[in-house]
Design a protein around this ligand. Structure first.
Ligand SMILES: Nc1ncnc2c1ncn2[C@@H]1O[C@H](COP(=O)(O)OP(=O)(O)OP(=O)(O)O)[C@@H](O)[C@H]1O
Ligand SMILES: NC(=O)c1ccc[n+]([C@@H]2O[C@H](COP(=O)(O)O)[C@@H](O)[C@H]2O)c1
Length: 174
């Protein structure tokens, strides 16, 4: 059987409803989906507060009921853009299409001859990792912007407290 497999990469800091909406629409088009958790080595930073393992948990729980077979695979950054596509494909199942809106990622995949689709943006003003982290730091509402299961994971790991600490806004002097 000819399997249609797609690749979707993001940092997922955290995984939010914009990502969820992209994945539910890709799920209708493919048999299997590879979700690349990018910048996997980055964690405990203001722009990247969560570990690769915590992001695996968010995705696994958020997609509990989704109707597509998926793999969530952490992918570290490397220093050389020209070999990044080979590096990615050397650690993922084979795929036909990459879904991304990241201009560098589009360029690298297209140069490597892999077809790219750009998913439409879902209420981008609020559904962005940057905006959600901003709200967490400001003690504003953010849970409605992520799947319930992701809010539970972030509570379990005390993620907002960590974000505040690594962003230096918890009142402590270092
Ligand atoms: N609201 C959204 N709707 C559709 N696609 C989105 C949305 N937000 C992000 N994406 C796409 O998902 C992929 C992964 O995004 P990423 O993990 O960088 O999230 P982000 O919200 O852009 O994060 P950050 O603000 O932390 O950079 C990118 O291709 C990005 O364009
Ligand atoms: N040279 C590299 O390591 C390289 C190149 C292009 C993209 N990436 C990664 O791919 C991911 C792209 O995801 P975003 O679209 O969420 O930015 C990021 O984690 C980014 O660091 C890495």
């Amino acid at each position: 059987m000819d399997m249609k497999r797609a690749f979707y990469i993001g940092r997922f800091q955290p995984f939010h409803l914009g990502h969820y909406s992209v994945i539910t629409s890709i799920a209708k088009e493919v048999d299997e989906l590879i979700i690349g958790i990018g910048s996997a080595q980055r964690t405990h930073e203001s722009n990247n507060p969560f570990t690769a393992g915590e992001r695996v948990m968010m995705i696994r729980h958020a997609l509990e009921d989704i109707d597509v077979h998926f793999y969530a695979l952490p992918i570290d950054d490397i220093q050389q853009n020209p070999i990044w596509v080979s590096y990615v494909t050397s650690r993922t199942p084979p795929f036909d299409t990459a879904y991304t809106n990241n201009p560098l990622v589009i360029e690298l995949f297209e140069e490597a001859g892999i077809s790219v689709k750009q998913p439409p943006m879902y209420h981008r003003e609020q559904h962005s990792g940057t905006e959600i982290r901003r709200r967490m730091l400001a003690d504003e509402e953010w849970k409605h912007l992520v799947p319930d299961a992701v809010a539970d994971v972030i509570d379990e790991i005390d993620g907002v407290r960590r974000l505040k600490r690594v962003s230096g806004t918890d009142g402590f002097d270092y």
